[in-house]
Design a binder for this molecule. Structure first.
Ligand SMILES: NC(=O)c1ccc[n+]([C@@H]2O[C@H](COP(=O)([O-])OP(=O)(O)OC[C@H]3O[C@@H](n4cnc5c(N)ncnc54)[C@H](O)[C@@H]3O)[C@@H](O)[C@H]2O)c1
Ligand SMILES: [Zn+2]
Length: 256
């Protein structure tokens, strides 16, 4: 009987086009709390409708920005962890075509991974809700800290918001199209640290399977897709992904 780690390594060795789909569980080992882990998840502390929805933001930017600044500060000081680094290593072995991430923390890019699609935007930018102008997030933080509780655009005076997707906001069609292409072209999808409850991400493993791709999941908690996956590991990403990648590297180097 092969171990689950060996099984995922074998799936990686056998696949031609591999995509990783990452969620907030990818960032917890860098000190960024996720949303739905029992006991520690953000949504056990605050109600997303009140603090992270587009409606609540427009009606009370200050209240929402207080909360977002706290989350933002954890993100800005975070460093890539063993999991992010293992994905970059896999990419260097030519065994990872791209990364679809729900995270807004930029940690895949900080770890020098390529072809990263940020489905939910990024914490590092602000966007004007009026004209769409993009600013570095520091502009918004400076304005907010100097008492501008409704930070406005220098070009059109529209309200600025962090360039991350809030609840109640649609995802960008360009991003969705890119993600669709990744899913359609892959023959192995590796889900890392996502509860798979937020759409469209929850749909991607189903879509990949329907197109005959293999599915591997590494997530501490169970997900609704576990029963359909080829391999599921309920462990921390940082504890297993580096072992898997080292195994793949060894096999490639030994020419198997
Ligand atoms: N780092 C970030 O940028 C960040 C942080 C919080 C939330 N989010 C947002 O979370 C939303 C979607 O939910 P989601 O599915 O990404 O997160 P989620 O909180 O719903 O699920 C995270 C999952 O990861 C698992 N997990 C936690 N730490 C893990 C680890 N070290 N190894 C393996 N599994 C681990 C948990 O068991 C949980 O099932 C997105 O909208 C995303 O934008 C992003
Ligand atoms: Zn503007």
């Amino acid at each position: 009987m092969k171990t689950k780690i060996e099984k995922i390594a074998q799936l990686i060795l056998d696949a031609k086009n591999i995509v990783a789909l990452t969620g907030a569980g990818m960032g917890t080992e860098s000190g960024i709390v996720d949303f739905r882990s029992p006991g520690t998840g953000l949504w056990e502390r605050v109600n997303p409708d009140e603090f992270a929805s587009i409606h609540s933001y427009v009606s009370n930017p200050k209240k929402n920005l207080d909360f977002m600044l706290e989350l933002g500060m954890a993100i800005f000081k975070a460093k890539p962890n063993k999991g992010h680094k293992a994905l970059t290593k896999l990419q260097k072995l030519d065994k990872l075509n791209g990364i679809l991430t729900q995270n807004i923390d930029g940690l895949h890019q900080k770890a020098h991974s390529k072809n990263v699609v940020e489905l939910h935007g990024t914490a590092y930018e602000a966007i004007c809700m009026g004209c769409g102008k993009i600013y570095p997030i520091t502009i918004m933080i400076d304005k907010f800290r100097s008492g501008k509780y409704s930070p406005s655009c220098e070009a059109c005076t529209g309200l600025l918001k962090p360039n991350a997707i809030f609840f109640g906001e649609p995802l960008r069609s360009e991003t969705l199209n890119q993600a669709d292409r990744f899913i359609e072209e892959c023959n192995l999808l590796i889900v890392l640290g996502s509860s798979l409850v937020i759409y469209p991400v929850a749909f991607y493993p189903r879509k990949a399977l329907s197109l005959d791709a293999k599915l591997a999941i590494i997530n501490i908690q169970e997900t609704d897709m576990d029963a359909s996956a080829d391999v599921v590991i309920h462990e921390k990403i940082g504890d297993v992904l580096p072992l898997i990648v080292n195994m793949v590297k060894k096999e490639i180097e030994e020419g198997h």
